[in-house]
Design a protein. Structure first.
Length: 588
């Protein structure tokens, strides 16, 4: 009982560990969702660059055809953007939402100009090269109203930018609607500024490039235009729609929330486990004590007085904490009654006699009817028979008689095996030799045309068992005969032997029609005939039942693996001579 308590404690401890692992999985899933959310937020802050990078990462090629994962078509249409994939020849092999003004094939000059200016016509473009599968160019384009406006200002006011004219006053007024503007010379000095923001004195060369390549690092969106004619750079700043995003603080807060949630879940899990152990552990101990009494044959004293007080009230009703198990308690009482009845009836052989008579009457009726019919015909004297006809009738009568004799022998053997009355001649049996000779008999049998047989010895060791070689051969012969009887032409049967640990394995595999679940589950029942074949189901249905009984009488086991259309595999396990389970016996 103490060891049982330890096992139950271990069971619930493992249950606690599984729950805790589940909690960890949930926490990791939450973390994954958090990271995914941050990535989406980052994409919103700089959608064109982030979108192009993500599309390039998610795109793969099959037979030189691009497969773009995700719902990018809808997302790009929503943002008013278009996308193309260009191959080595400059031809567009994939596109999304491409305007009619955008070509489907580019020249080298167009692509170089696009790469240098990051513009194509009225569109701002982002380019990315992918060389993982081959050389492919990804282009993402969109209309940039701010850049278009800046281009217009350069064209309209560029010549007068360094003078105070009425046109410059007009420019100042228009810029105030957008933000503020810095005009920078080739040395990075701000020569003029427009708008309310404070004037920066100078830009470092890399700073302007950083503004252009990494806009997500800054609070203000900067649109940059380089006027090649004047050598001046126009930088138009506008406020971003989203407020400053403090990603580190956000992650910190969410992480703390996850940790707090995990601790709460851990406490709840521990409390639930303790309750679970008391709720289900005590009744299990009680039920196990009942099973021990049943195992000892104490059917009349299923409940001790102490147990009865635990389960029932003084009025005979089940206590509330055991109501959940009222069906189980009733099942214990029903089981005790059935076991008591079985003990009283177990020496009676009525069922065996009924099986015997049912099997005999069913399986002997057809051949006896044939023999009786031929007997009446011969006895009547109304016919004159030729020598060939008499020979045929004699052959049929002999075959039916042999068939009936085989049935009677099968019934007798099944009865003896069931009641452990058959003597076994125990000796050392060379499994490889026995199986090989049996397979050769089937290989050399000219009457077998639908099935081919082969033998494979998968262990270099001698496979020796203690057993009755005739009985072992009988069991294997039943399995091989069934493979011939129930399979179509072209079936191949492979019989193999092997040694695994201290057990000798014999496998009989075929690639035939297999069997359904019902046939497989009842395969070793006496008198059961499977329904997987279209051929006549003759025989008493005892062959495989006898096979199983023979194997079990040798302290072995037999299993079957089969499905319709996938063939059948019989696996026999027998203890090797050196196995502790093997031993000599005179009868079983």
């Amino acid at each position: 009982m103490k060891s049982l308590k330890r096992r139950i404690g271990l069971h619930f401890s493992l249950q606690f560990i599984l729950i805790f692992v589940l909690v960890l999985v949930i926490l990791f899933m939450l973390l994954f969702l958090l990271l995914n959310f941050i990535m989406k937020e980052d994409m919103k802050r700089n959608f064109p660059i982030a979108a192009l990078d993500t599309i390039a990462t998610e795109t793969y090629f099959e037979d030189d055809k691009p497969i773009v994962q995700g719902n990018w078509k809808k997302d790009l249409q929503k943002e008013g953007m278009w996308f193309q994939i260009i191959d080595k020849s400059g031809l567009t092999i994939y596109e999304i939402n491409t305007p009619s003004s955008i070509p489907m094939k580019y020249t080298a000059g167009q692509l170089l100009e696009m790469q240098e200016s990051q513009r194509f016509g009225n569109y701002t473009v982002q380019l990315q090269m992918d060389t993982y599968y081959d050389s492919y160019l990804y282009i993402l384009g969109y209309e940039n109203e701010t850049l278009r406006q800046l281009d217009k200002w350069v064209s309209e006011f560029g010549k007068d930018i360094q003078r105070n004219t009425d046109s410059i006053a007009k420019l100042e007024k228009e810029i105030n609607k957008f933000g503020y503007l810095h005009i920078v010379d080739e040395n990075g000095h701000v020569i003029r500024s427009f708008g309310k923001e404070s004037l920066a004195e100078k830009y470092e060369p890399v700073e302007i490039i950083e503004r252009k390549l990494l806009p997500e690092k800054f609070d203000s969106a900067a649109t940059i235009y380089n006027d090649a004619n004047s050598g001046l750079t126009w930088i138009l700043y506008s406020n971003k729609e989203n407020k400053e995003y403090d990603g580190s603080n956000f992650i910190k807060n969410v992480t703390l929330a996850i940790i707090a949630a995990g601790l709460v879940m851990l406490v709840i899990t521990i409390g639930f486990t303790i309750w679970h152990a008391f709720r289900y552990g005590r009744p299990l101990l009680l039920f196990i004590s009942w099973l021990e009494r049943l195992g000892q044959g104490e059917y009349d004293t299923l409940l001790t007085e102490k147990d009865r007080k635990k389960v029932f009230t003084k009025k005979g009703k089940i206590r509330s904490k055991f109501k959940l198990y009222k069906e189980v308690i009733q099942s214990f009482y029903d089981m005790a009654e059935k076991l008591e009845k079985t003990r009283q009836d177990r020496d009676q052989l009525e069922r065996t006699r009924e099986e015997w008579m049912t099997g005999i009457s069913h399986d002997l009726r057809t051949p006896l009817a044939t023999i009786q019919g031929y007997g009446h015909m011969l006895e009547s004297g109304h016919y004159e028979w030729s020598g060939q006809e008499l020979e045929d009738m004699g052959k049929t009568i002999r075959e039916k008689g042999t068939y009936m004799l085989g049935l009677v022998e099968d019934f007798s053997l099944a009865f003896q095996l069931k009641n452990n009355k058959i003597p076994l001649v125990i000796e050392k049996v060379d499994v490889n030799k026995t199986v090989h000779h049996l397979v050769l008999d089937y290989v050399n049998d000219v009457t077998i045309k639908n099935v081919s047989f082969s033998f494979e010895k998968r262990s270099d060791q001698d496979l020796l068992i203690h057993g009755d070689v005739k009985m072992i051969s009988r069991a294997l012969d039943n399995l091989l005969y069934n493979a011939v009887k129930h399979n179509p032409d072209g079936t191949r049967v492979i019989v193999s032997t092997n040694l695994v640990g201290n057990e000798v394995f014999i496998k009989i595999e075929d690639n035939g029609i297999g069997m359904d679940e019902e046939t497989r589950n009842n395969l070793f029942d006496r008198y059961y005939r499977g329904t997987n074949t279209e051929e006549k189901t003759d025989g008493a249905g005892l062959g495989l039942s006898i096979t199983k009984a023979i194997i079990e009488s040798h302290n072995g086991t037999i299993d079957v693996v089969s499905s319709l259309g996938l063939g059948t595999k019989f696996i026999l396990r027998l203890p090797e001579v050196n196995s502790d389970r093997s031993g000599t016996r005179d009868s079983c």
